[in-house]
Write a protein that binds this ligand. Sequence first.
Ligand code: EPU
Length: 301
Amino acid sequence: MRINESVSSRLKNLGAEVQHDVSLKEKTSLGIGGITDEVLLRSYETIPDVMRLLADESIPHRFLGGGTNVLIADGELPYIVLHLPTSQPGMRVEGTAAYIDASADLGGMVTFCAKRDLGGMEGLIGVPGSVGGALRMNAGAYGTSIGPHVREIELYRAASGKLETVRGTDIHFDYRHTSFAPDDVMLRVKLELPPKPFKEILAGIKVCNEKRRASQPLNQKSAGCIFKNPPGGSAGRMIDELGLKGHRVGDAMVSDRHANFFVNAGSASCSDMLRLIEDVRERVRGAYGIELENEVIVWQN
Ligand code: EPU
């Protein structure tokens, strides 16, 4: 979708930068995605004005964070993409509280806090993506998830058109799911973290990194796990048991390392990946009677 000159200049007046015809292939860890215009916001405080302008002009839009858990359609997209300010996201520690901007890199945040002797998030170190994305889906790994550490979140609430601060206790954080509204936009978070000496945190981080390197295809284009694990089970183990490692549709392929990672083994299209997802879901349903739910977020047109 193309933003016209008049809207572009009004966005510029709000401090936002407009880029035309951006390929979202370059912005996602799967290397899949179509073309659209992109708006880089310069400050959180301008978000309500920017959103009002887009609503007045009937311009459909979506926020893209780290692009590590999303599968985006190919071709010309019927919406624009917004980014939070990403240059030098704020990170600050006061006592056992960490104040982190949502656009910060999740792993960078874990390291930043570790260096200040705040732990509890060792398992999250290799999870790719932004802090905002991790908050929205309650990212987790190796027994850690971000939700339980959240004390306060500042967000843009589309329902009110305002910036609001919400207490962590008012949000439900479940397995890869939260009670945020789909159009809430995470802006900043206050985390409460257990004090731990840096060396100890580092040792925990090393263990998680080794486990991850041994089991996941880290050097291939993927969105992490494609499916959520069903209660008490492992999607990866079931797909593996069905002999589907290496199974492909076009260049979309079930990783031969971890069967719940689907990789772009060349120039996969979104429809290749969607067909692979449906094919595997159907085979698991047939063999185990279990309906796997997507973990990856699909942006279809
Ligand atoms: N397994 C297989 N074959 C495979 C993959 C796994 O047999 O191809 C077996 C493993 O041997 C193990 C069991 O399945 O006995 C579980 O595997 P793993 O430890 O890799 O955990 P997982 O349940 O597949 C979850 C998360 C990962 C997270 C790891 C480590 C989900 C959907 N996945 O994977 O998160 O990194 O645990 O905590 O919850 C993600 O969410 O994107 C993600 C990668």
